[in-house]
Write a protein that binds this ligand. Structure first.
Ligand code: ZN
Length: 149
């Protein structure tokens, strides 16, 4: 089996059987994303304590690429510090848009790097990651105080 085929298998497996799929009742952070080009919808939930992602889950419906990306993301980020999650977002974005050549350091996430050959699917793969960043950086705790007028 070639590496390409192995990556294909991982995506199909996670696309069909997404890990960490479902609501997270004790979530402290959440965000939703929608990709109108493909119809993908992802709602991401996280329980973050002391800047660490204690738990993470998602709901939604979409193509195999989107579901696999969300599934792989939750597997990767559970237990990680929020800063690491944001750094991984930046790496994934750069990898999928072709800004960086290597995906060797991404582990299982590297299987998503192949989508950069298919520009219309890049949004599918990045949708859960954008929701991640929004959930982490747009959280009520960190939002600036509303300006008084
Ligand atoms: Zn899609």
């Amino acid at each position: 089996m070639s590496l390409q085929e192995l990556y294909q298998e991982i995506i199909l497996d996670h696309g069909r059987h997404p890990r960490n799929f479902g609501p997270l009742p004790e979530s402290t952070h959440s965000a939703a994303g929608y990709n109108p080009l493909c119809g993908d919808r992802v709602h991401l939930y996280m329980k973050v304590q002391e800047d660490q992602i204690q738990d993470i889950a998602f709901e939604g419906a979409g193509c195999a690429i989107c579901m696999a990306s969300a599934s792989l993301m939750t597997e990767r980020l559970r237990g990680e510090p929020a800063q690491t999650a944001l750094a991984t977002f930046t790496e994934m974005q750069a990898t999928l848009t072709g800004e960086r050549d290597t995906s060797d350091d991404l582990g299982d996430l590297a299987c998503l790097a192949g989508v950069r050959q298919f520009p219309s699917r890049i949004k599918c793969a990045l949708l859960p990651w954008h929701a991640l960043r929004e959930a982490l950086t747009g959280s009520p705790e960190e939002a600036p105080c509303p300006s008084r007028s």
